[in-house]
Design a protein. Structure first.
Ligand code: GTP
Length: 359
């Protein structure tokens, strides 16, 4: 069995998707950190504090680490750069808190680290809990800091506190919202993958079972007719063997497109299996379904596929049934299948009507 080298089988929370999402969050975090550092620098400058020099030094030290984390594809380099960055950030906050006291609110920025810990992939859950507890302890320790003689005015301290508080709030909101959007987007992609055939774009067997159950209920409630067509490409194995699987796939696509063009809006077209298609026709009786099946058959047989300048003809055999009152999906499909194979035995390239269900 092939496995993805990037995914770890023993940890369901560690997926390629989570890792990509985490890296993207880290990139966002770096952009935000750069902006905060610049804001701190300009605040120190505007209030005439000599701490602007420390702030500028931090920017110079952190810049190469940003590049290391942003550009590297190798995990050890990425995680090493990130660890150094987090260490530098932790030291930065501790120094600021020691210098200005908790009143300046630098420790609030530690809150903003929690989404990064929570959304990371390779760290196990209990390691994340330990990291969050460590963050909390550091925050509580910094919260106790007092600075009787900060090198800055009370007004500047208040500005710093508001800036740090607003930053922590914004970063958490941004990370959580961004992660929600990524997860929601991924979820709808997965739902689509679970319901559609990637080659033809038709709904798959799994989704068709749900659609058919709804159609059965609806036709039962409204006492309306409901029919189905099971179509199978003739001698498809021969086509694959003679012209190759790629051409076989092209043939499947061609037939599926013909079916979808001819079917009406309310009809449901499904790739039922390898070279089999199931079409559900609400409010359609047996004769209506037979006519539609005949149109599909004629259209497919008329339009040959071109391969290296040669025309390769395709034909379909189709089994058609109208569902009988209280008949289940399995029974109707079994009747359509019988009709289809009767058509195969009768020479193929034809539409066969199913026998009525045994009462
Ligand atoms: N290219 C391609 N071939 C497929 C796909 N799915 C199934 N097949 C092939 O379809 C062929 C079906 O062959 P059979 O079931 O023997 O039927 P047939 O050759 O069409 O014969 P009749 O149905 O009796 O006319 C097999 O060779 C499968 O490998 C697919 O997605 N792409």
């Amino acid at each position: 069995m092939q496995s993805n080298p990037e995914s770890r089988q023993d940890d369901p929370y560690d997926t390629v998707f989570i890792r990509r999402s985490f890296r993207s969050l880290v990139r966002w975090g770096i952009v935000i950190l750069s902006v905060i550092n610049l804001l701190h620098l300009s605040l120190f400058l505007s209030y005439g504090s000599r701490w602007w020099a420390f702030s500028a030094l931090l920017i110079l030290v952190q810049a190469p680490l940003y590049l290391l984390v942003i550009n590297r594809r190798s995990f050890p380099v990425f995680i090493g750069g990130l660890a150094l960055l987090i260490l530098a950030f932790g030291i930065q906050l501790s120094v600021y808190c020691t210098q200005f006291g908790a009143r300046a609110g630098f420790h609030y920025l530690l809150f903003a680290m929690t989404p990064l810990v929570a959304f990371s992939g390779r760290i196990r859950i209990w390691h994340k809990v330990v990291l969050c507890v460590l963050l909390m302890l550091q925050m509580l320790a910094l919260e106790q800091r007092t600075a009787p003689d900060p090198d800055i005015s009370a007004q500047a301290l208040e500005c710093l506190r508001l800036l740090n508080l607003a930053t922590a709030f914004s970063v958490i909101s941004l990370f959580v919202m961004r992660h929600f959007m990524v997860v929601a987007g991924m979820n709808s992609k997965l739902e689509h993958m679970a319901a559609y055939d990637p080659l033809t774009g038709m709904i798959n067997r799994r989704r068709m079972a749900e659609v058919a159950a709804d159609e059965l209920d609806h036709s039962f409630e409204k006492h309306s007719a409901l029919s189905m067509i099971l179509a199978d490409i003739d001698h498809f194995k021969l086509i694959n063997d003679r012209y190759g699987h790629q051409f076989g796939d092209q043939a499947l696509l061609h037939v599926s497109q013909t079916i979808m063009q001819i079917a009406r809006d309310g009809d449901s077209c499904c790739r039922w299996g390898g070279e089999e298609f199931l079409i559900m026709l609400p409010v359609t009786d047996l004769q209506g379904a037979r006519q539609l099946a005949e149109r599909i058959r004629v259209e497919v047989s008329r339009n040959a596929l071109c391969l290296n300048g040669h025309d390769v003809g395709l034909t379909l055999t189709l089994g058609v049934v109208e569902l009988q009152p209280h008949e289940g999906l399995d029974s109707a499909i079994a009747r359509a299948d019988e009709a289809l194979y009767a058509g195969k035995n009768n020479g193929r390239n034809q539409v066969m009507l199913g026998q009525p269900a045994a009462q």
